[in-house]
Design a binder for this molecule. Structure first.
Ligand code: SF4
Ligand code: SF4
Length: 67
C-alpha cells in the first residue's frame, strides 16, 4: 500500500497539498508543530495512489512518497 511521509516541522501549513491530492489522503493536523503552525498529516487507510502530486506541489519539499 502506498504511503507518504510529511516533515511536520518543515511544513508551513499552506494546505496546497490538500488542494491537489485527488484522494483526500492529507488532512490538517490538530497539533501545532514547534513553530506554532498547524501542519498537515497523512490520513491512514485512505486510497493514496502514490501519484506524488502532493510532493511535487509542496513548495518546501516536506513530502516523500513511497510506492
Ligand atoms: S501521493 Fe497522490 S494520492 Fe497520495 S497523498 Fe499524495 S497527492 Fe494524495
Ligand atoms: S504543501 Fe507542503 S508546506 Fe504546504 S501544507 Fe502541504 S506539506 Fe505543508
Amino acid at each position: 500500500m502506498p504511503k507518504i511521509t510529511i516533515d511536520r516541522e518543515k511544513c508551513k501549513g499552506c494546505l496546497l497539498c490538500i488542494s491537489f491530492c485527488p484522494k483526500g489522503a492529507i488532512v490538517p493536523d490538530t497539533k501545532l508543530n514547534r513553530k506554532g503552525i498547524k501542519p498537515v498529516r497523512f490520513k491512514k487507510d485512505t486510497a493514496c495512489i502514490a501519484c506524488a502530486m502532493c510532493a511535487v506541489i509542496c513548495p518546501d519539499c516536506c513530502i516523500e512518497v513511497f510506492k
